[in-house]
Design a protein around this ligand. Structure first.
Ligand code: ADP
Ligand code: MG
Length: 491
């Protein structure tokens, strides 16, 4: 197996295979009520407490489309640079399952609300465009719970009827890394738009992963397998690696690949056959007679366009142009809307004489390290943007050294303390008085006469020793630049 940044190839004897991946992402619409009923959608509620007669499919109940969910889907389509269809149709996808009381899922099939679009991925070796096939609205099913009782299965209908956007990509992805960047990009676009919270642990974002392999350079696609309902990026990547290698092994043995639906066993780290691939006609799709075709005017769409905030790609460009960030730095800062907000707040609070480079380094360095360690989102940061800005200014104007700043930062973590106060209270101000530093240096040279002579005789490495001693004598507070200057004169 060879990996060249985003390229993923599988080597066998004299042959190289590439993997072809297309994703069907199910994104839960951020909405307080369901797609066709007024029930709540809160995560983690007691089972069966957010179920209306519509969601439980009582006889005679009729679905009523939730306009807000429609708007959310259209906004997402706009964010995916996609064509919004003025007319779309809700169909019934018929199948039997205990957690599907209707006996069918209402889903857009032939005429989805959003057509073709595209998403740009920032890969280490450049940008890559991934085509979007469509985005359609559909209902989620309930949840069967098999592990609470050895004899019984329980059904929780809280999720039944929750609005999902299924975002179908073209088979344009070529590696586990691209899949990871793609999912993160979709998530960030939807977070910016406020159309999906992207929380994978809570199941707000999951994907069916379609995988095939082919000889590198071949124009034709191989037969694909679809791995159902994978709910973490790590698992998607593991499933792709396993599945691609399984398919290559079959081909190498001269066998054919069955087009089938598989599942990923996260404990064994392998994919397993679930069923042979169903076809659309198996579901007996037909337009839901309870719902009219959904018609949206151009004016309706244009109104929504006015609501679209600055999206990640545009923000990234602005950060590069305005703040002179590198594309790499800008990509990190725009990846999450709250990180971008935090960064811009720090910049604003730094005032006129600001050091943006320093701010980027502190956010992506010290601050991210703390957030990672404490497993916190930036919105829960123990240090506010305002106080971080003050800290950075203290470094910039020479009040404290970068080294002392790290000590101050540690203290700031306890209750978002004002760094200015910490510096005063703890007497951490940088020692920038040449006289005081000179006195320290005189004493150190005096105490280390032999080393001073060795230095003069050419042992230049010893300069660092003197810097270190002076720093230590000052309690880490002496201005390093001044130490350097004065030492050079004195030695
Ligand atoms: P369904 O799974 O409902 O039959 P589609 O035919 O629309 O739906 O394809 C679903 C997904 O499979 C899409 O994301 C598409 O990009 C992907 N796909 C199609 N053909 C291949 C292939 N040969 N290899 C990998 N992915 C594929
Ligand atoms: Mg599918």
């Amino acid at each position: 197996m060879s990996k060249n940044s985003s390229e993923y190839l599988i080597n066998r004897k004299d042959k190289q295979y590439e993997v072809v991946i297309g994703l069907e992402v199910h994104a839960q619409v951020l909405s307080e009520s369901k797609l066709f009923s007024t029930s709540a959608t809160k995560f983690g509620a007691e089972p069966n407490t957010q179920v209306s007669l519509v969601d439980a499919a009582f006889p005679g109940m009729l679905p009523v489309i939730n306009e807000f969910c429609v708007k959310q889907a259209i906004k997402t389509g706009i964010g995916l640079n996609a064509k919004i269809n003025n007319r779309s149709v809700f169909d019934r996808k018929n199948y039997f399952y205990a957690d599907l009381p209707q006996g069918y899922q209402i889903s857009q099939f032939k005429d989805p609300i959003v057509g073709e679009g595209k998403v740009i991925l920032d890969m280490p070796d450049g940008q890559k465009e991934v085509g979007i096939e469509r985005l359609h609205l559909e209902q989620d099913a309930g949840k069967s719970i098999h592990d609470l009782d050895p004899q019984n299965t329980f059904v929780d209908l809280n999720r039944s009827g929750v609005a999902l956007m299924e975002i179908v990509s073209k088979p344009d992805l070529r590696s586990p890394d691209e899949v990871s960047v793609y999912i993160k990009k979709l998530r960030s676009i939807m977070q910016y738009l406020g159309t999906c919270d992207g929380n994978m642990q809570e199941g707000s974002l999951r994907a069916d992963v379609n995988i095939s392999v082919r000889a590198k350079g071949s124009k034709e696609f191989g037969t694909r397998c679809e791995i159902k309902n994978v709910n973490s990026i790590k698992f998607m990547q593991m499933a792709i690696e396993y599945e691609a290698n399984r398919q290559v092994n079959l081909i190498e043995e001269g066998k054919l690949i069955d087009q089938e639906t598989r599942l990923f066993d996260t404990k064994k780290n392998e994919t397993r056959s679930m069923r042979s691939k169903e076809d659309a006609h198996d579901y007996r799709y037909f337009p839901d007679p309870d719902l009219l075709p959904l018609e949206v005017s151009d004016e309706f769409i244009d109104e929504l366009k006015k609501d679209i905030p600055e999206l990640p790609d545009v923000k990234k460009k602005r950060f590069i142009d305005k703040f002179k960030l590198s594309p790499y730095e800008a990509t990190i800062l725009v990846s999450d809307i709250n990180i971008a907000k935090y960064f811009e707040e720090v910049v604003a609070k730094m005032g006129k004489n600001k050091d943006i480079k320093l701010a980027v380094n502190w956010i992506t360095g010290e601050l991210f390290a703390v957030l990672n360690k404490k497993n916190l989102e930036i919105s829960q940061s123990p240090v506010s943007a305002k106080n971080l800005a003050i800290l950075i200014n203290l470094i910039k104007n020479g009040t404290i050294s970068g080294k002392i700043a790290k000590t101050v930062f540690e203290l700031m973590l306890e209750g978002d303390k004002d760094p200015q106060k910490i510096v005063e209270e703890k007497g951490l101000k940088q020692q920038s008085d040449p006289k005081t530093i000179e006195a320290l240096i005189d004493k150190i040279i005096n105490d280390n006469r032999e080393k001073a002579i060795e230095y003069k005789q050419g042992k230049e490495k010893l300069f660092g020793f003197f810097v270190g001693q002076t720093m230590k004598a000052s309690g880490g507070k002496a201005n390093p630049q001044l130490i350097n200057e004065i030492l050079k004169k004195k030695l």
